[in-house]
Design a protein around this ligand. Sequence first.
Ligand code: AVJ
Length: 322
Amino acid sequence: MQTPSLPVRDVSEFAADIRESLTKSAQRELPSKYLYDEVGSALFETICVLPEYGLTRADARLLQKHAGEIVGRLPGPLQVAELGSGSGKKTRWILEALAKRQKTYYYPIEISPSALAACEKELGQIDMVSIVGYEQPYLEGLRAVVESREEKDHLLVLFLGSTIGNFDRDAGEKFLNAVRGILRRGDALLLGTDLEKAVADQLLAYDDPAGVTAAFNLNLLGRINRELGADFDLSSFRHEARWNAKERRIEMHLRSLQEQTVEIPAAGLRVRLKEGETIWTESSHKYKAGDVLAMAARTGFRCEGQWLDEEWPFAQNLLIAK
Ligand code: AVJ
């Protein structure tokens, strides 16, 4: 049986989210999770190889270097779930380290069907590893994984790439709390966090000279055009990256270059944008190594290990549910 690539339920949820965020009065917004359609996911993969964007390479380096030690600190038999699998490339190091000692189940949890497919393709051939993908939001997927596990199994949850940085700080903490609530005592969470660095470097990472990040950001409007029948003129917007010093985060915005009206039929919406007004599309919070430890302690975890990259400030944090 063929499943439709875009179930009706998703279109209306997408439309409702766009409607709510785009009509906020003080500052219009769009939810960053919608950046990753097929085009957005491909552009993000390109961002990850840009010299200015060191985050993904730092994340991968740490995993490559320390995967043996990380899994060695955890009791078996161990199953692996991942929140937002992305392409799955970095996860290979963990799965290969684990496959040396046991047969391993890997459960990527990912709302983007194209990312899930890429991940299954990338990791499908590892000996001793079986993949079962969950096309669901993070917490729902994690609940489903936990319900299906056997009594003897321990769980390692991967939340890599500093995806947590997309949450506002208190929402991020709430999210860790919710993850903890789903886990059993002794289960583990491997959390990747991008650390604060020189502001100029951070800005360049989100506003690269080749314009890949600009295209990634603008594609969100293209996606709304394609899926909700909207008429955004992408050339009437400009990508902008800002460092918000108070909140210690990079913000991506799309600035309207002129006064304009946009129709979004499937959301039943007409939006009037002023010249110079921005739509806020993403936040990437940056951390200090100590922030993560404090956050872990407040959300029911203890830190079993923290590994820092030497080239690009980034931390891999191994947290154990208390
Ligand atoms: C995948 C959320 C970690 O915030 O750095 C990259 C996404 N946005 N360039 C990030 C992103 C612009 C990325 N995360």
